[in-house]
Design a protein around this ligand. Structure first.
Ligand code: S3P
Length: 175
């Protein structure tokens, strides 16, 4: 059975839900931003400011491939931009059961207001940046996953339970 990947926009709850899901499913949890920064030997903000966004994307792809190499089944919370590279999309389709945590742009703007350490939102008008990125990406988020969970007005525990139900259903159909 494949590992589980959670995708979605920044602030959609991938890391919180992912670690809860891993716990209730009895699997190891990985946060791709962390795997990437360990591999690169620098934090997200430093990589963006010193090497640029493209370099981040390259490190992130390498980190994704590293997770694929893990022999056991794991839960992986991906960075919001993972869906931008076609090669990553291919891996998410073929090597993982990929679940999209779908959050409305209004909720995201509210949640991301006070969050730090997100270089793409470290701009004069972060609200406009969220809206623009959402506009650019929403179609890709919808096209990549095997399943979608709407997250507005749900707490992380409820979302993790929904994800577990999806995993069980897919596992049952696999046999
Ligand atoms: C990014 C999302 C971030 C991180 C980087 C770029 C994006 O991850 O990978 O700042 O392009 O959406 P989170 O979604 O975990 O915040």
């Amino acid at each position: 059975m494949k590992s589980i990947a959670l995708i979605g926009f920044m602030g959609s709850g991938k890391s919180t839900v992912g670690s809860l899901l891993a716990k209730i499913a009895g699997l190891d949890f990985f946060d791709l931003d962390e795997v990437t920064t360990e591999l690169a030997g620098a934090d997200v903000a430093d990589i963006f400011s010193n090497q640029g966004e493209e370099a981040w994307r390259t490190w992130e792809s390498r980190a994704l491939k590293q997770v694929v190499e893990i022999r056991e089944r794991v839960v992986l919370a991906c960075g919001g931009g993972i869906i931008l590279k076609p090669e990553n999309r291919e891996i998410l389709r073929s090597q993982f059961l990929t679940i999209y945590l779908k959050t409305s742009v209004e909720v995201l703007i509210e949640r991301l207001r006070h969050r730090k350490n997100r270089p793409l939102l470290d701009v004069a008008d972060p609200k406009a940046a969220v809206a623009r990125l959402y506009d650019e990406r929403w179609e890709i988020y919808e096209a990549v996953p095997h399943a979608i969970i709407r997250t507005d007005e749900k707490n992380p525990k409820a979302i993790a339970k929904e994800a577990l139900a999806i995993i069980k259903e897919v596992s049952a159909n696999d046999h």
